[in-house]
Design a protein around this ligand. Structure first.
Ligand code: AHR
Length: 327
């Protein structure tokens, strides 16, 4: 009974949090906002990285530009907050729900509730592992396995002709999150081409700069020879650079560094020679997301998987790209 009451209270908190963040313009009984705009409920992972901030800013700018009313909810890295937010959106009868799932598993029940309420769901940035793909209309985002593979391919090329072991430490993203699972997988597949390259330590840094620094400090203390750091995002790589410098080593030289994202701070470190290679992951998903929302709301068919266009950067390419970098 107490548990039931606690769950009800938690659900209410979720609803209140969503409506507090939502702003005005509640949806009328027939659907749509009071002023006839399409209403999107969006549940964001949190604010763990520069990438996430850029993604949030882009979505918040794209909604009004597309004439869409956005109800935005920040889950602060917690799946239970996302589930509460989505339930809140269902209660508010929004027209479309979009979200970037913090982890891949555990979504079937709430997605089924959205489907039963006839509210289309769009996955953005990250995937879920639901077997029933009819629970969402489309998934817009990067190919994270490819990103990991590109990071590993660069290392294999850079290590060509070198003899002796190449010790890699890996800073993983949030445990259970699609980009952490897939970037680990893609990288491991690519380095299998060179038996000298070995991952000697691999631990989560939760996609956060501070955690990247702490975990790298531990790696440096416990591992006598580190040749390469592979960080699943720029922020963890940047935190690790602080730890490497504090240990009296030169990032980019004594320890080569490969990261993913290509946000401005990462690109600045790449151009300065502190990072060796960055695989881009674009956070600019807002405009495409709003177009998809209009289509699914209108009952038009959309591709089940929409891939983001991305590239990679060497140090020289970063120098050239930095002046025009938007995020
Ligand atoms: O899901 C995208 C990843 O999440 C980004 O690479 C990372 O920086 C973010 O936190």
């Amino acid at each position: 009974m107490v548990r039931v009451k606690m769950m009800a209270a938690a659900a209410m908190t979720g609803l209140l949090a969503v409506s507090a963040l939502a702003g005005c313009g509640d949806k009328d009984a027939a659907g749509g906002s009071d002023d006839g705009k399409l209403v999107m409920g969006f549940s964001q992972v949190g604010a763990e990285s520069g990438w996430r901030t850029a993604n949030t800013n882009d979505i918040k700018a794209a909604a009004p530009a597309a004439g869409i009313e956005l109800k935005f909810s920040d889950a602060q890295g917690k799946q239970e907050n996302q589930i509460s937010a989505i339930r809140g959106f269902i209660t508010q009868k929004v027209d479309v729900i979009a979200f970037s799932p913090v982890v891949t598993s555990g979504w079937d029940a709430v997605l089924k509730e959205a489907k039963d309420a006839d509210i289309p769901v769009i996955l953005t940035d990250r995937a879920v592992d639901s077997q029933d793909t009819s629970l969402y209309k489309t998934f817009l985002g990067s190919d994270f396995v490819k990103e990991g593979k590109e990071a590993g391919d660069w290392l294999v090329k850079d290590s060509a002709g070198k003899t002796g072991p190449i010790n890699v430490v890996e800073l993983q993203g949030t445990t259970g999150a699609a980009p952490a699972i897939d970037r680990q997988k893609g990288f491991a597949e690519a380095i299998a081409a060179n038996p000298n390259i070995k991952i000697v330590k691999s631990q989560t840094g939760d996609f956060k700069r501070a955690d990247g620094k702490t975990v790298m400090e531990q790696f440096l203390q416990s591992t006598p020879k580190i040749d390469v750091l592979y960080a699943h995002n720029d922020d963890m790589g940047l935190g690790a650079i602080e730890a490497i410098e504090a240990a009296g080593k030169v990032p980019g030289k004594d320890i080569k560094i490969i990261t993913v994202d290509a946000v401005k701070d990462g690109m600045t470190a790449l151009a300065a020679g502190k990072i060796n290679y960055i695989v881009e992951c674009s956070p600019l998903l807002g405009t495409q997301l709003m177009e998809l929302a209009k289509k699914v709301h209108a009952g038009e068919s959309v591709e089940q998987r929409i891939l983001t266009q991305e590239t990679t950067f060497t140090q020289e390419q970063a120098k050239a790209a930095l002046p025009d970098r938007k995020y």
